[in-house]
Design a protein around this ligand. Structure first.
Ligand code: ATP
Ligand code: MG
Length: 255
């Protein structure tokens, strides 16, 4: 059984059906890329994996590390080792980066039955992660994402990824809005963290991040389903030909 196993997932939001029978397997040690046109349901899938309360699962299942989490709360999934970097990270005024990271790290430790992280160790881990992500130290005392530039927010998400060391990470358009240097930093961060202990699902529109973080598997989403799967060669094909032919193939198959 895959570490993240999605079967026949149907999801709706405000009575609109968005995911229409989606299957996906992601295991630790694998990097998956999810592509597809605007509005095909990629972010909805990410939110459904995380258990977003505004979504309703009308059919199908999500299994995480062997457990059925279809009906569980986001906190529980996070504790089970799921991490999500959002397409639009939210600002948390009043909570500093350092405080937020410490809360997040301690929540994970508590879930594993470990004691709270010692301040000295926390500082050490944070400094190492910030250096890895090229984030200036003074960011520790700023309010999370408040007034951060787009690129800073994205780097901050990978910083959290580095500190939490989840078993499965879903990165929704972590590459959008990044300049070339920031993109490289984020990609290096992901590459450094990806390995036998972590599975990654990268949602993206562009091949440039997929040149830096090589996916083992590429999935294409179209109107709420994964309609095509392959290896890295699929990325180039999409870049060349766009998504029109995918739609034509799907319609021809349905006719
Ligand atoms: N909470 C919601 N209520 C109503 N409709 C929603 C909701 N969330 C998503 N949708 C709709 O579902 C469809 C899929 O949206 P989603 O954000 O998953 O697409 P996406 O593939 O991530 O697109 P993009 O590439 O633009 O990020 C869209 O038509 C969107 O308007
Ligand atoms: Mg999206």
């Amino acid at each position: 059984m895959a570490d993240l196993e999605i079967r026949n997932l149907h999801v709706s939001a405000e009575d609109k059906q968005i995911l229409k029978g989606l299957d996906l397997d992601v295991s630790k040690g694998e990097v998956h890329a999810l592509m597809g046109p605007n509005g095909s349901g990629k972010s909805t899938l990410a939110n459904a994996i995380m258990g977003h309360p505004s979504l309703e699962v009308t059919e199908g299942e999500v299994h995480l590390l062997g457990e059925d989490v279809t009906e569980t709360a986001p906190e529980e999934r996070a504790r089970a080792g799921l991490f999500m970097a959002f397409q639009y990270p939210v600002a948390i005024p009043g909570v500093t980066v350092a405080k937020y990271l410490r809360m997040a790290v301690n929540a994970h430790r508590e879930a594993r039955g470990e004691s709270e992280i010692k301040l000295k160790e926390f500082r050490k881990v944070t400094e190492a992660a910030m250096e890895l992500m090229d984030i200036p130290r003074e960011f520790s005392s700023r309010y999370l994402n408040d007034g951060f530039s787009g690129g800073e927010k994205k780097r901050m998400e990978i910083l959290q990824l580095a500190m939490l060391q989840p078993q499965l990470a879903v990165l929704d358009e972590t590459d959008s809005g990044l300049d070339i240097d920031a993109l490289r930093t984020v990609a290096e961060g992901v590459n450094r963290l990806a390995g036998p202990q972590m599975g990654v699902l990268i949602i993206t529109h562009y091949q440039r991040i997929l040149h830096l973080v090589k996916p083992d598997f590429v999935h294409v989403m179209y109107e709420g389903r994964i309609v095509k799967q392959g290896g890295p060669e699929l990325v180039e094909l999409l870049e060349e030909r766009g998504y029109g032919w995918i739609g034509e193939e799907v319609e021809a198959a349905a006719a």
